[in-house]
Write a protein that binds this ligand. Sequence first.
Ligand code: ATP
Ligand code: MG
Length: 154
Amino acid sequence: APLNLISFCQEITEVMQMKAAGQKNIIFNNAGECNLIYMDEELIYCILTNLISNAVKYSPPQSNIWFNLTFEGDMAIFQVKDEGIGIPETDQVNLFQTFYRASNARRIQGTGLGLAMVKKCVDLHGGEINLESQQDVGTTVIVKLPLNYSGKSE
Ligand code: ATP
Ligand code: MG
């Protein structure tokens, strides 16, 4: 079914803000317009909730998390930015492997499957994912997904 991506992202923000129970401040911004589009709602939900829950989990109480949605050509660009513990450079290349957890995250609970799952969902949608992070400064994850993806095979 066609999806209104902007209101869908607004709803996700509300759900994640409720889960964070006042511990974090999730700020949603969007720029540009978007018609109803065809994307897999479950996959987008999986991608965004995993990224936002990481941002919530790995950042200090009362910090801000920025969730941005913009459009570039026929791509939707999602950005999730936090001011949390960040990821050491040596760990960054391995993050999309199953069960991998960075050295500075071990005292925080997790299975190390979230980002591996996100990567699979992004691949299924023909998109790309990039991560920029600096230890003790913060992390930004950028996901680009084609709009009206026709499901063409390669
Ligand atoms: P879960 O399977 O419950 O999501 P997880 O959060 O440990 O467990 P991933 O979401 O796959 O696993 O993330 C892998 C690792 O990447 C984390 O263990 C953590 O070291 C690092 N990481 C991911 N997101 C962030 C973030 N926003 N800030 C800091 N570190 C992060
Ligand atoms: Mg996770």
